[in-house]
Design a protein around this ligand. Structure first.
Ligand code: RB5
Length: 148
């Protein structure tokens, strides 16, 4: 599986910790879309860089991080085809995959420590979409992109 990851300056430290967790998954090829320094950057640009890869099918999943995870998840969910879930606990990360078929996990670098964040990432990567009634609801979500 190809996974793209990106962060703003508020989450560089946590992103680097998450990359260590990703290295435990031999079937995952991780591509880091930046940022690579603590210089201030605008999180919508990072969201676009990562989500464009997922929306175009060049990557299957993405992980986005900013200080809170809020701004970057809002930006991600503006992009057609993206279902970004901001998760700060393992249960939400599991449900985001099982019920919502989330293709992007968002995390807050100033909210979470590396231990909990790593467990959240593991849950996101090892949980599968259940389909069934959830597929109908996810389809309804995606139909909203065609309104207005
Ligand atoms: C940057 O200071 C901060 O606003 C950003 O990382 C994020 O928390 C926005 O939602």
């Amino acid at each position: 599986m190809k996974l793209v990851i990106g962060c703003d300056h508020g989450a560089l430290t946590l992103k680097n910790e998450i990359k260590k967790v990703l290295a435990d998954f031999p079937n995952i090829e991780t591509v880091d879309m930046g940022t690579h320094t603590t210089d201030s950057v605008d999180y919508p640009a990072i969201a676009k860089a990562v989500c464009d890869e997922v929306a175009a099918g060049r990557a299957e999943r993405g992980i986005l991080l900013c200080g809170t995870g809020i701004g970057i998840s809002i930006a991600a969910n503006k992009i057609r085809g993206i279902r970004a879930a901001l998760c700060h606990d393992v249960y939400s990360a599991k449900m985001a995959r099982q019920h919502n078929d989330a293709n992007i996990l968002a995390l807050g670098g100033r909210v979470l420590g590396p231990g909990p964040a790593g467990e959240i990432v593991r849950a996101f990567l090892t949980s599968d979409f259940e389909g069934g009634r959830h597929a109908r609801r996810v389809d309804m979500i995606m139909q909203l992109e065609n309104e207005r």
